[in-house]
Design a protein around this ligand. Structure first.
Ligand code: PEP
Ligand code: MG
Length: 322
C-alpha cells in the first residue's frame, strides 16, 4: 500500500482521463511547509496562523510574524502558500487576549470580526504578510466572512499598509492575491457577489457543515447531524464552486472533506480546482483522484444530488468508492 503510494510522489494530480487539479497541504507551523513539499504537495492551501498566537504568553510582534511567514514561504521554493489571517474565538481560545466568555462563541466575537475590531493587532499581521510576500507566492485568506463589507474592509486595510510600506521603502508583492474562506451559509448564499471581489475561494467544510446544519461541531449529542453528506451541505458546496467558476476565480477546499475519498467524485464533478489536505493524506488523495474519470464523477454526482437523505448519500458514495 505504502509502496503503491510512493509512485505518486512528484507526479501531477490528474483524473483517469487527464484533467489536472491542484493538490495542496494544510499546515499549522512554518516548519510544516517543508513537510508538505516533501510529501508531494504542490502548495499550501491553508496555513492556520493561530499557533503563532497560542504558543505564547503575549501577542507576537510584526517582526516575529514576518520571520515565521518568511520561513514558510521560502520553504515552498516558489510554490503557492495560502496564509489564513487570525481565526481565534469559537473553539480557539487565546488566554492573554482576555476575550469575554460568550453564550454562543461560534456565533460571536471570532476570526475576521475580532480582527476588524482590533485593527492594531490585525495591522501587525497584515504588514508581516505583505513583507513576507516579497519572498514568494503568499496569498492572503480571510476566515469566517459573512458579508461584503468585511472583505472590502480587509482590502482597504491592505491598501493602506501597502502605502505605509511604500513610504518606508519596504518590498512586498503589490499583486498579492486575496481570498475568502467560504465557511458560513451567508458567504455561500452570496458567493456570486463575493466572487467578483476576490481572487480565490477556499471552502472550509468543517465550519460550513457546522453552520449549515446549525450543529456545534464539538457537541456529541448532536454529532449525528454533523455530516458533509447532508444534501444541504452538498448543495451549498456546489453553489460555491459554480459561483467561482462563473467569475473565473480559483476555488479550493481546505476542510476535512477535501480528503474524503467518498466525496472526490462530487468535488471533481462540481469543478473544484484545488484540494488542500493534511500532509499525510496527499499521496492517497492523488491516487484516489487518478482512479476516476470526469465522466464517471459527473455520473456519480448527478445521482448523489438526487438522493434526499444523508444515509442514502453516504451509502451510495461508499458503494462507488474504489
Ligand atoms: C474549516 O472550517 O473547514 C477549516 C478548514 O478551518 P478550521 O477547521 O480551522 O476552522
Ligand atoms: Mg473554519
Amino acid at each position: 500500500e505504502k509502496k503503491d503510494l510512493l509512485a505518486f510522489q512528484g507526479m501531477k494530480t490528474k483524473t483517469a482521463d487527464g484533467i489536472e487539479v491542484e493538490l495542496f497541504g494544510n499546515i499549522g507551523t512554518p516548519k510544516e511547509a517543508q513537510t508538505v513539499v516533501e510529501s508531494g504537495g504542490e502548495g499550501v492551501g491553508l496555513f492556520r496562523t493561530e499557533f503563532l498566537f497560542m504558543d505564547k504568553s503575549s501577542l507576537p510582534s510584526e517582526e516575529e510574524q514576518f520571520e515565521s511567514y518568511k520561513e514558510a514561504v521560502i520553504a515552498m521554493n516558489g510554490k503557492p502558500i495560502i496564509i489564513r489571517t487570525l481565526d481565534i474565538g469559537g473553539d480557539k481560545e487565546i488566554p492573554y487576549l482576555e476575550i469575554q466568555k460568550e453564550d454562543n462563541p461560534f456565533l460571536g466575537y471570532r476570526a475576521i470580526r475580532y480582527c476588524l475590531d482590533r485593527p492594531e493587532i490585525y495591522r501587525a499581521q497584515l504588514r508581516a504578510l505583505l513583507r513576507a510576500s516579497a519572498f514568494g507566492d503568499i496569498r492572503i485568506m480571510v476566515p469566517l466572512v459573512t458579508c461584503m463589507e468585511e472583505i472590502r474592509s480587509v482590502k482597504e486595510l491592505l491598501k493602506k499598509y501597502m502605502q505605509e510600506l511604500d513610504a518606508e521603502g519596504i518590498a512586498y508583492n503589490p499583486n498579492i492575491q486575496i481570498g475568502v474562506m467560504i465557511e458560513t451559509p451567508a458567504a455561500s448564499i452570496i458567493a456570486d457577489l463575493l466572487a467578483k471581489e476576490v481572487d480565490f475561494f477556499s471552502i472550509g467544510t468543517n465550519d460550513l457543515t457546522q453552520y449549515t446544519m446549525a450543529v456545534d461541531r464539538g457537541n456529541a449529542k448532536v454529532a449525528a447531524l454533523y455530516s458533509t453528506y447532508q444534501p444541504a451541505v452538498l448543495r451549498s458546496i456546489r453553489t460555491i464552486i459554480q459561483a467561482a467558476k462563473a467569475e473565473g476565480i480559483m476555488v479550493g477546499m481546505c476542510g476535512e472533506a477535501a480528503s474524503d475519498r467518498r466525496l472526490i467524485p462530487l468535488l471533481l464533478a462540481f469543478g473544484l480546482d484545488e484540494f488542500s489536505v493534511s500532509s499525510s493524506a496527499i499521496l492517497a488523495t492523488r491516487k484516489a483522484i487518478s482512479e476516476i474519470s470526469l465522466d464517471k464523477a459527473k455520473e456519480i454526482a448527478e445521482k448523489a444530488l438526487q438522493l434526499t437523505t444523508e444515509r442514502e448519500v453516504f451509502e451510495y458514495l461508499s458503494q462507488n468508492m474504489q
